[in-house]
Design a protein around this ligand. Structure first.
Ligand SMILES: *Cc1c(COP(=O)(O)O)cnc(C)c1O
Length: 392
């Protein structure tokens, strides 16, 4: 017996639910790449990116996923053999550093913990010890999608300043932009990047890099530049140069529609919605945790993401629960990856999500816990409802 007919929810940490307005924006013929609506769309996407990143810097748009944006950030600003310091708080900053190694960089990992965000004091200490200035860039994710950690980027920049170090600060906001506050210029971030398919509610296939002043300066002498990623060519006067060839037209129309949705709601309200829905999720998990099996992966309450929640399981297999929510209820919840593979679930609550989707997801999980006899405290969903009712 299943109850899955009806609207299905994709509650994984990317790709995410795509709004109907965004889907409809793509349902049109291809257009001329030299004049007409595409030119205006590019302008709106560029100015929309500045607003999202809160930066006066230079945006670049790639027909690529997040991995492409990683390459673009590194290859445009660094030289072969340069050392990058990767701040570990899960899987994704490491992946970025590994991409750097293939590109020709040396990677040093500032060891972290999969249950905690990056410790800014450890960053300061490591940079203070780098008296020769070997480290040219610090790579960090604002939210690590594997661990559910949220890193305090402003504090990390303060740690770099306190150490008197002039490495570039590069931030991956793929799982946080359009979900949680990000202030590129105010915080002193030199390069920030993101992808289309998570908080930004657009199908996968676009990624974005915002280059600040110091990054643009570093570009002038970078020797790892590649043809497709290269900022110099993309700064050229012709429209097609911004894309190094034919623009990904339909994804741009989609992204424009997503930007309009964010603009209509208001970016700060978007952040607030994510904060409330994330806290409701955590309230439910705190109740379920009373059964001794489920637990929040991130132990520091101040280091938890509002876009994805990672739940650990002790003494029970999470796979049947995920199968239950999907096959019986029509809700896809994420599995854990990397060091946590097979040990828990990841609940994505980012982008196009409302109270019904989050409460429905939590209900499907709680129903599954009961059906599968996984020990848990009863009333997690009620706790989420009570929290939201009180917070509105
Ligand atoms: C999803 C994700 C990536 C990878 O993005 P792709 O589009 O799959 O290449 C990188 N970093 C973070 C923080 C992510 O959440």
């Amino acid at each position: 017996m299943t109850l899955r007919n009806g609207k299905e929810f994709l509650m994984i940490p990317g790709p995410t639910n795509v709004p109907d307005e965004v889907l409809r924006a793509m349902h049109r013929p291809a257009v001329d790449i030299y004049e007409g609506p595409l030119i205006e769309t590019t302008e709106l996407c560029m100015s929309g990116l500045r607003k999202l990143f809160r930066s006066e810097g230079q945006p670049y748009i790639y027909a690529a996923n997040g991995h492409g944006a990683w390459d673009a950030a590194l290859s445009n600003t660094l030289n072969g053999g340069d050392k990058v310091l990767v701040l570990e708080s899960g899987r994704f900053a490491l992946g970025w550093g590994e991409a750097g190694e293939i590109t020709g960089l040396e990677m040093e990992v500032l060891k972290g913990d999969w249950r905690l965000p990056v410790n800014p004091q450890a960053v300061e200490d490591r940079l203070r010890a780098d008296t020769d200035g070997d480290i040219k860039a610090v790579l960090v994710v604002q939210v690590d999608t594997a661990s559910g950690a949220w890193n305090d980027i402003a504090a990390i920049r303060q740690a770099m300043t306190a150490a008197g170090h002039d490495a570039l600060l590069m931030v991956d906001t793929i799982a946080s932009l359009g979900c949680m506050p990000f202030e590129m210029d105010e915080w002193g971030v030199d390069i920030a990047l993101t992808g289309s398919q998570k908080g930004l509610m657009t199908p996968p296939g676009l990624s974005f890099v915002l280059a600040g002043e110091r990054a643009i300066k570093a570009h002038a002498t970078a020797d790892l530049r590649t043809n497709y990623m290269d900022w110099t060519f993309r700064n050229g006067p012709e429209h097609y140069e911004k894309y190094c060839g034919t623009p990904p037209e339909h994804l741009l129309f989609a992204f424009r529609a997503a930007l309009e949705l964010i603009e209509a709601e208001g970016l700060e309200q978007v952040w607030h919605r994510h904060a409330l829905l994330a806290e409701a999720t955590r309230k439910a998990i705190a109740v379920w945790a009373e059964g001794g099996v489920l637990d929040m992966n991130i132990t520091d309450p101040n280091g938890r993401s509002d876009s994805v929640t990672v739940v650990r399981f002790k003494g029970a297999d999470p796979a049947p629960l995920r199968a239950f929510t999907k096959e019986v209820c029509g809700v896809t919840v994420g599995g854990t990856i990397g060091d946590l593979a097979g040990q828990g679930i990841r609940i994505g609550h980012m982008g196009h999500v409302n109270a019904v989707m989050v409460l429905g997801t939590l209900s499907a999980i709680e129903m599954g816990l009961a059906k599968l006899d996984i020990p848990h405290g009863k009333g997690g969903v009620q706790a989420a409802i009570d929290y939201l009712a009180g917070a509105l």
